[in-house]
Design a protein around this ligand. Structure first.
Ligand code: NAD
Length: 322
């Protein structure tokens, strides 16, 4: 089976090549380009494609892939909000994803953002590099005893709650489908209004869909404590960035940690060597000392990359066996 691998960075190529060493059934062809209307023709002549979070798998693209005879899409990620699943189903193109490659990697990244913001590590590091050891403005707070609200307690949310419980936090959760295991662990399910009202820190671990789009906006922020810390390692469009900026200006948001950003497809994954294109809202976010942004790296650990490569190949092998 010949597979075109889109959005393939050198590290993806290395782990996928290592994973294919024992398999002669799947032949991979690597493209750094993101799948889009401009690049979809690269898929012509292949049996399947493999994609990442930023690849465009909307109706038009899927229809073109179907005319090329593409038999499957193997996503190398957990989320699939970039895929028109109804259209894929109608075209009989199965879409595989990698749901469980390493929830701990993303959960730990959310915790890393919390600790960085709380202890102002990003600012302290720059000061010390300049020979400035002054502590003025760097005071943090203890996590022990704080209330942490987790929205979405699936694989990543659960791992996050367990870590935060270990810090001695009160962990409150909201999910459409509560998980009994977490209750036994000491976490408490509450309604969304209570979570907003009680939390010192809110971390988002639900998927992006019509009901969660811009979940964090002026209306929800108004229900939160002044100075709340918001962490988003899930999908960028869960947060209305402009309204978050208003919240940063008026002190409603005390700290904001983002691993994902609504417009990230435009620039996080592009080749940045020749040009850097930031939108103005993103640029403004970066000017706040109490904001930290990483470039969708929550998943990016050695174990996670290995699991992603192995599962992607298993998914493609299933297709070969069918
Ligand atoms: P999951 O499917 O295991 O869990 C999602 C949970 O959200 C489920 O329990 C579901 O019931 C709940 N949920 C759905 N709609 C909800 C709503 N409206 N309100 C509250 N809860 C709701 O998914 P997961 O593996 O834990 O991943 C969570 C998200 O993390 C993914 O959707 C993906 O967008 C993101 N993610 C980010 C990275 C990264 O590198 N930053 C990596 C992997 C996944």
């Amino acid at each position: 089976m010949k597979v075109a691998v889109f959005s393939c960075k050198p590290y993806d190529k290395r782990t996928l090549e290592a994973a294919t060493q024992n398999s002669s059934d799947v032949e991979l062809f690597f493209f750094e380009s993101r799948l889009s209307s401009e690049t979809v023709s690269l898929a012509n002549g292949f049996d399947a494609i493999s994609c990442f979070v930023n690849d465009d798998l909307s109706r038009d693209i899927l229809e073109q892939l179907s005319t090329f005879g593409i038999k499957a899409v193997a996503l190398r990620c957990a989320g699939y909000n970039n895929v028109d699943l109804y259209c894929a189903k109608a075209l009989a193109i199965p879409v595989f994803h990698v749901p469980d490659y390493s929830p701990t990697s993303v959960a730990e990244h959310a915790v890393a953002l919390i600790l960085t913001l709380n202890r102002k590590i990003h600012r302290a590091y720059h000061r010390v590099k300049e020979g400035n050891f002054a502590l003025e403005g760097l005071m943090g707070f203890n996590l022990e005893g704080k209330t942490v609200g987790c929205i979405g307690t699936g694989r990543i949310g659960q791992a996050f709650c367990r870590i935060m419980a270990g810090f001695g936090c009160r962990v409150i959760c909201y999910d459409l489908a509560p998980n009994d295991e977490l209750i036994e662990y000491g976490a408490e399910y509450v309604d969304l209004e209570t979570l907003y009202a009680d939390s010192d820190i809110i971390s988002l671990h639900c998927p992006l869909n019509a009901s969660t789009h811009h979940l964090i906006n002026k209306t929800s922020l108004d229900k939160m404590k002044n100075g709340v810390m918001i962490i988003n390692t899930s999908r960028g469009a869960l947060v209305n960035a402009q309204e978050a900026i208003d919240g940063l200006y008026n002190g409603k948001i005390g700290h904001l940690g983002l691993d994902v950003y609504e417009q990230e497809g435009k620039f996080f994954f592009e080749d940045m060597s020749d040009h850097i294109i930031y939108d103005s809202v993103f640029q403004l976010l970066l000017t706040f000392p109490n904001v930290i942004v990483t470039g969708h790296q929550g998943y990016f650990t050695d174990i996670a990359l290995r699991h992603i490569a192995d599962t992607t190949l298993e998914n493609l092998a299933q297709l070969n066996d069918a």
